[in-house]
Design a protein around this ligand. Sequence first.
Ligand SMILES: O=C(O)CCC(=O)C(=O)O
Ligand SMILES: [Fe+2]
Length: 316
Amino acid sequence: MALRLKREARSVLAPVARKDLEAVREDLQRDGMAIWDFTDVKNENPEFSFERFAEQVPSMVLGDACLATLAPTEIRMKISDDGTAEAVTLAASAEAKTHNKYGTASSAKQNKTTNQTLDPLHLDGTKVYGYQMPDFIFLVCERPCSNGGGANFAVEAEAVLASIRADPSEAWVADALFSTPVQMLYFSVTSTGQGRWVGPLAVRLPDGRLLLQCPNVFDAVEPRVRPVEDSQDPTKDQAMIDVFAKHMRQAMNKAARFHMSANQVLCVDNLGTSHGREPYEDLQRTLWRVWTWSSQSNGLPEGVEAGASRKRDCEV
Ligand SMILES: O=C(O)CCC(=O)C(=O)O
Ligand SMILES: [Fe+2]
């Protein structure tokens, strides 16, 4: 399948659940986001397992454009012994249970993201892979919140760039984002450690897709985007970062909120859109996340082989 990923800049994205895979592909290519309702697949299969199904979703949706996937990671929160919420990215295997790199209370604290806080706009995988993040992610909903909360939202990179360009006093930033390297600092809720990358906030890929990096510019105590140490003009670079942050914040606040139901999978162009989720209370909420590199990704990063890896994204 050849992906056609050129899109209009739209600031309000709210996907409609589709049962037909062809309609899902169309939505995904046009809007950078789609929801597939796979109830029929589940009902036809008495042995159905969400984890096994999640493994197959990328090639079902992307066909032969799917180059590489990591194994599904369970997205669920639990309350740890010290009373703090932490990510349980715990898989079924004994091997996974002994792995010590799943989300920990300390990484949740460091990151300040729990089920009770907003998970602000982000791209998945930038902490570890920088500009070679997975270009598609799939969030398979096993169990939504029983009492509301946990809505998802997404913003198109093109829409943010267009809104910056539309303000005559800030339009210079739309160009500067492509040519000004900055330092970016990343934390992740589902793994430990942090990632530091230096480069521009905006990159145009050969297929025309706009990659807009999205470090936490929202409420982080410590700035997550800074001028580079040897900047020629740190004041100007900081002004660019401030305008970028303001527009990202506005886009996040304006973005449509939507809820996935059980047996639906949210398919996201993780390069052309950023996504986030609202706080929630119900700790039974369970999703399976799959990171995927397509033939139109920005290349396979070191350590990611073509095909289906047994490694989960929380293990990288
Ligand atoms: O919990 C969600 O709905 C989304 C989680 C997410 O974006 C992530 O784990 O990267
Ligand atoms: Fe995410």
